[in-house]
Design a protein around this ligand. Structure first.
Ligand code: GLY
Length: 376
């Protein structure tokens, strides 16, 4: 095994983000205009099923992040700007996609970053439309945005998408839209977040009466277990919702999820794929959950009034990034096409198990870029 020695976190993280740029360049050169989800044996291009279509924003999103990291005047800045637009534009048609609950993933990662880079109002309109489309999934009786699976199903993942409804509401001054977002968060908090800060993946309702029936799962071990990625979607998603609403309940929930993550994850910051996984796959990790936790904690620490606790979240995120950037970076394997190894998409369906996954790459780069803006 090759050992890489770095003098500082800054050097380690710079090396990681340089490597990420190299791998994304390699991907777009070998598989032009292809939007991957997960690798198979370290290779992006394959015929493996998607289950659901939610990842297309992450590749251009990484390109916008590279541009943000580099600034406007570096040799590669123009390249990433042009590639980011090239890969973002084709996503516009998804703004009216009613088949998925993932419009926040798709449009916040790419279109919204394009808007932030250019302040072009026409681009903002696309993001607003995506937020309005997502709001159409609202089940009035149960007070939740339903998942792509069925009207009776609420996913914890939707916490990562409800932010785009808050955004559309704010940008258009639409109180009814904001209410939809708030009520979704309250229902998720009540039905999917447990008293100890752990989370269920899915909630099942009677869609006609709105009655909450039970906790369930699609990708976790069991309905009563804590699927680690779901926990990190909640940590990050409630932080975002607090940022838009300033509702203290959402900050409290984000902190409860963060505290569960910190107290139940090994000291290197990398969680098992499910905190209640059975012995036969207990050692399987999910580095994508770690990357999301790092990115979420870096956002959460900005909102924490207590500087000691804020610093604790910050240093936990840095610890996670250190682990990812040393033990899981695919840098030593010339054949591996991804950036981070050890992600899991859908264990039960056998999709992307112990592989690179696009959202893991994206949130890892987001966290690196954020950390590098601060550390010396
Ligand atoms: N569908 C979102 C996830 O796999 O986490």
């Amino acid at each position: 095994m090759i050992q890489f020695i770095y003098d500082s976190d800054r050097e380690l993280f710079e090396n990681a983000i340089e490597f990420a740029q190299k791998q994304v360049k390699r991907l777009i050169e070998s598989h032009s205009d292809y939007y991957p989800m997960y690798t198979v044996g370290g290779k992006w291009k394959h015929e493996g099923p998607a289950w659901t279509h939610w990842c297309d924003g992450f590749l251009p999103g990484m390109m916008w992040l590279f541009l943000q990291y580099l600034g406007a005047d570096k040799p590669d800045s123009r390249f990433w700007f042009e590639q980011a637009i090239r890969y973002t534009k084709p996503l516009e048609t998804r703004k009216t996609d009613n088949d998925v609950h993932d419009l926040g993933f798709i449009f916040f990662s790419a279109y919204h970053r394009w808007y932030q880079a250019t302040r072009d109002k026409a681009i903002r309109e696309v993001v607003i439309q995506a937020g309005k489309t997502l709001s159409e999934r609202f089940n009035e009786a149960g007070q939740y945005l339903h998942s792509f699976v069925a009207e009776d199903s609420l996913f914890i993942d939707i916490m990562m998408n409800v932010g785009i409804v808050f955004y559309a509401a704010r940008e258009t001054n639409d109180r009814a839209l904001r209410d939809v977002a708030i009520r979704h968060c309250i229902t998720t908090r009540r039905c999917l977040v447990r008293g100890d800060g752990s989370t269920a993946h899915e909630g099942i309702f009677d869609p006609a009466t709105g009655e909450f029936l039970r906790q369930s799962t699609q990708q976790g071990f069991r309905g009563d277990s804590c699927w680690s990625r779901g926990l990190t979607w909640a940590l990050y998603g409630f932080t975002t919702s607090y940022g838009y609403s300033r509702d203290p309940r959402f900050l409290h929930t984000a902190e409860a999820c963060a505290d569960y993550y910190i107290t139940h994850t090994p000291s290197d910051g990398i969680p098992p794929w499910d905190y209640n996984a059975p012995p036969e796959n207990r050692s399987l990790l999910d580095t994508s959950a770690a990357a999301i936790a790092a990115a979420g904690l870096l956002r959460l620490c900005r909102h924490i009034p207590d500087p000691l606790k804020g610093h604790f979240y910050w240093s936990t995120a840095i610890n996670i990034l250190r682990s990812l950037s040393t033990r899981f970076l695919a840098i030593a394997d010339q054949e591996w096409e991804g950036v981070l190894r050890g992600g899991v998409y859908h264990l039960h369906k056998g999709l992307g198990v112990d592989e690179s996954v696009m959202w893991g790459e994206y949130f890892y780069v987001e966290a690196l870029e954020e950390a590098l803006r601060v550390i010396q």
